[in-house]
Design a protein around this ligand. Sequence first.
Ligand SMILES: [Zn+2]
Length: 375
Amino acid sequence: MQYCTKCVYPISSAVKLTFDNDGVCSGCRVSEARKKINWRKRAKLLESLAEDSRVSNGSNYDCIIPVSGGKDSYFQTHYVTKVLKLKPLLVTYHGNNYLPEGEYNLNRMHHVFNVDHIIFKPNVDVLVKLNRICFKKMGDMNWHAHCGIFTYPVQIAVKFKIKLIVWGEHGYTDLGGMYRADEFPEMTAKYRFEHALRGFDWYDMVGEEGLKEQDLLWAKYPTEEELEESEVRGIYLGNYVDWDANKQYKLMQRLYNWQQSKKPFDRTYRRFSNLDDMHENGVHDYLKFVKFGYGRATDHACKDIRSGYITRKKAIDLVRKYDHVKPRDLKRWLQYVGMKEKEFDKTADQFRDARVWRKNKGKWEKDNIWDEEKN
Ligand SMILES: [Zn+2]
């Protein structure tokens, strides 16, 4: 297995990477290029974009901010209301499995920022079915969340005729360097379908476990005509601001008393990410390890190496400590969907990437990044 020589990503990464002649991945190269950006100029660009979006007669919201209540949601809302001085409408897809700290952070946003906030909660019976169906179909029980997060705010934008959506970071660019920093990627139907939704859409779920179109109305992305007519545009704040998760988390804690998880997670060392779903850093992430041979500790360590918080050596120790752990929240998830652990393991094994895993005497084995040191 080839690993990036700067961060700790394997070439089998779920987010597509390319490696250059020095063995450095595209994610690291794009991250290096960001350090040379003139951020003052970018902030000015954003200011003029905000001016164009301002509804001068006050007859509508200026923009939508899709929020989960996380540190990024707070930062986006802070930037939009305090720096750009726009009037946003917050929109949340609520997948029913928030951690208590996540729920606390979410519920106080309308108060903390003095803004209007729509929180959409789908029927729990449908959510449980989607957990089960998508786990079996693609090894990802949280598909419904990716779908809701990338669909519902766009539906609201079209319905309310709000032209601007302010997203946070472009995930695939941040992790894997999908776009160069000067390409200013925006949210598109193609990105939603191919990446966030893994090439599945709401109609693939109809008929499974008795699900009907009417159960999935929130999952239907607006049509091209609707989008064109309403002129909705989804920008990423990460294209205009020198994004640093560690700094932003501390700032949001200081300014707004934003809460991180009180308990540590089983599979990563960071406590300030993914509080909107108790299984996101647990069983959902464990499945990434089963599939691709690495987990969220690797993702977090790569981000922290690139921002200069930890060394690659320290990152390897963290990967070694966390990536393989079978998390304790699995028990709760199995109860939630009514499944036995044996069935879970058997189903999960079907998704193992043959580039990563081999069977030796009945046990799954793979190369590890710390084996590099021996060579
Ligand atoms: Zn790298």
